[in-house]
Design a protein around this ligand. Structure first.
Ligand code: AMP
Ligand code: MG
Length: 267
């Protein structure tokens, strides 16, 4: 999955990333579903160990254009985990209380504790994406945030949190299809927000903002992965494998007990 990882300092050009790519999976959609089930079993085991060990926190950040598949990815990749050990945080437009603080205030409170997996559906990156595209704060304020975010993430990793970030990459044509589906399919209408059409007009501005995010904030300690996301099944399998690799690298172990079990009798 290394091929999707953005190297620190890279000058990212999103046009060079094929949202239709499926080259890292040798099979079709049905086979990918089976493979995903296998990974899910392993994730369940890894998560239990992570929780039992209580040593590491793990944070997965998910960003995408509207309809990019954030919700679907979370359901497919993390949906089978024990809910006690995995917490999903969705960040909406800030409340007045949140706006009265610095932009990382609400984020820091939502970071996972040791033993937990945290999944961010949107994140502090909105503060250099929607905020930048809509001029919600002046450029001299948001332009300093890339360095601030790197410093924040560095601190988190140095204090025991592993961070991996996913940008789900869809094409503009795919977004059109998905927005149309939201109109046509009654079970998807609830997701349709007329504002998404205004956002779509700003596609280029958002892509520029993402380009800067990926170029400036993919670090050795908190890397970004650009996930080809036009095909849901491929997106899911790639994200699941990276999650699996991340947890395996931590190699969490059930802790040894210092109790003498030979003396314990249950009456
Ligand atoms: P959704 O994920 O579709 O429920 O929409 C959440 C909305 O909250 C999106 O329109 C985001 O752009 C918006 N949002 C999230 N974080 C921020 C932020 N820091 N500042 C402004 N808007 C935000
Ligand atoms: Mg939305």
């Amino acid at each position: 999955m290394e091929k999707y990882r953005i190297k620190p300092g890279a000058n990212v050009n999103l046009d060079e990333f094929d949202a239709d790519d499926k080259s890292e999976f040798d099979g079709d959609k049905a086979e990918a579903k089976d493979a995903l089930k296998e990974i899910a079993k392993d994730l369940d085991d890894l998560q239990e160990r992570l929780y039992a060990e209580g040593k590491h926190a793990v944070l997965f950040v998910i960003q995408a254009m509207d309809t990019g598949g954030k919700d679907g990815t979370i359901r497919s990749v993390f949906g089978d985990l024990n809910p006690a050990g995995c917490r999903v945080e969705a960040f909406k437009a800030p409340t007045s209380n949140e706006l009265a603080h610095d932009y990382l205030w609400r984020i820091h409170q939502a970071t996972p504790r040791r033993g937990m997996i945290g999944v961010f559906n949107r994140s502090h990156y909105e503060d250099v994406l929607v905020v930048r595209v809509h001029n919600l704060t002046p450029k001299e304020v948001w332009s300093k945030r890339y360095d601030q975010i790197n410093a924040f993430e560095r601190m988190l990793t140095e204090e025991g949190t592993t961070i991996v970030k996913f940008y789900l990459h869809i094409s503009k044509e795919e977004q059109k299809k998905r927005l149309e589906e939201r109109i046509e399919d009654p079970t998807k209408r609830w997701k349709f927000n007329p504002k998404d059409l205004d956002e779509r007009k700003l596609w280029g501005e958002y892509q520029d903002a993402f380009k800067d995010v990926l170029s400036k904030t993919s670090t050795a300690y908190a890397p970004w992965y650009v996930i080809p996301a036009n095909r849901n099944w491929y997106r899911n399998i790639v994200v699941a494998r990276i999650v699996q690799d991340t947890l395996r690298d931590l190699n969490p172990q059930f802790p040894e007990s210092d109790l003498d079990f030979s003396n314990i009798v249950i009456e």
